[in-house]
Design a protein around this ligand. Structure first.
Ligand code: GZL
Length: 350
């Protein structure tokens, strides 16, 4: 806000000086012909990494939104899933005196100090995707993301309805979790644990798969070695599901409605939906990565000196291998389940 007020006052000052200069016959524009009013809006974006198809789509959304042609100067830094790299990135953005910092935090904790440093020099911070757990919510101006707990609840209500239809009780479930401490992991895991308590399911084991295919495969190999009676593999993102499916097939087992076990996943990226059509993934809960346009709306409001909404949610759906379960109810709300078709996949942006 401070920086925006500074830019606006500076702009007004230039207009007055420019008018005075024109009337006295001299020019005040810089040699490049750029006035402050034409200055690009500089945005420092600290991205988690490139661990998954979802993350790639999220990065594309940000890069396609904040282009030079549209008047932005985007500084994009990939943290390779390390918080220390994100803290370093934020400090470099502060040194470069960017207009806005956008942070996709790898985990929820450990941000107070560096966000206080950004606040102290008046650089607004916008959080995207996962949440930050800070003592003072004024350390960030706004957040764009999704309700991860609801995603987990939708998945578990679908599983309950599916199990009832199949006459399955007392499900044995393994959970390949996301990065421990990431909001998506905390909430998707807690939804499963609550449903297991509610429905008498048995969670055999939960292990982090870091949202990657390689780690998802390793974790699933270990679980297959330990348990001979897995009914459901709950994968906290599609790339873990791809790895788990590799391990299941390598162990001579099958996943699907007529297989040894069913796989449930999150994200609903393109390749995940192809596995849904093939029956390998029974349900894929969408997690919409297209945050760019929502972040731009927030920045435009702040450029006008207006206060943005603190929390903005993206829209997302539920995708299944068949239409046996048409919708699921969570709380007072009903959520439609869409059967995946080739046309549906080809109609989606990611
Ligand atoms: C969810 C996001 C998670 C995705 C993974 O919004 O934080 O991180 O589910 C990604 O694919 O790696």
């Amino acid at each position: 806000m401070f920086k925006n007020h500074r830019r606006r006052w500076l702009g007004a000052g230039i207009v007055l000086l420019f008018a005075a200069a024109v009337s006295s016959g001299c020019s005040l524009l810089s040699s490049s012909g750029d006035s402050q009013e034409n200055k690009a809006i500089t945005i420092g974006f600290s991205q988690v990494g490139a661990e998954s198809d979802w993350r790639t789509a999220n990065s594309i959304s940000i890069k396609e939104t904040f282009t030079e042609k549209k008047g932005y100067d985007l500084i994009f830094l990939d943290a390779q899933q390390k918080q220390e790299n994100q803290v370093r990135a934020i400090r470099s953005f502060i040194q470069q005196d960017v207009d806005y910092i956008v942070l996709a935090p790898v985990i929820e904790t450990g941000w107070d100090t560096v966000l206080k440093e950004a606040k102290s020099v008046g650089i607004p911070v916008i959080i995207v995707d996962r949440m930050v757990d800070v003592t003072d919510e004024s350390l960030y101006a706004a957040w764009v993301g999704t309700d991860f707990r609801l995603q987990g609840e939708k998945a578990c209500e679908w599983l309950k309805a599916y199990a009832d239809k199949q006459g399955m009780t007392g499900l044995n479930i393994v959970n390949i979790q996301g990065t421990l401490g990431a909001t998506a992991q905390i909430e998707r895991t807690s939804a499963l644990e609550a449903a297991a308590d509610r429905y008498g399911w048995n969670i055999l084991e939960q292990q982090p798969g870091e949202y990657t295919q390689a780690r998802g495969r390793e974790v699933m190999e270990g679980m297959l070695g330990k348990y001979g009676d897995i009914d459901v593999v709950y994968c906290e993102n599609d790339n873990e599901a791809f790895g788990a499916l590799e391990a299941i097939e390598a162990a001579g087992k099958t996943a699907g409605p007529d297989g040894d076990m069913i796989v449930i996943s999150f994200d609903a990226v393109r390749d995940g939906l192809w596995d849904v059509i093939n029956g390998k993934i029974a349900l894929d809960v969408e997690c919409n990565p297209m945050h760019g346009p929502k972040v731009e709306q927030i920045i435009m409001r702040m450029e006008e000196g207006k206060k943005p909404a603190k929390y903005t949610y993206v829209k997302e759906g539920l995708f299944s291998m068949d239409d046996s379960i048409e919708s699921v109810k969570v709380g007072e709300n009903e959520y439609k389940v869409k059967k995946v078709t080739e046309d549906l996949i080809n109609s989606r942006p990611y």
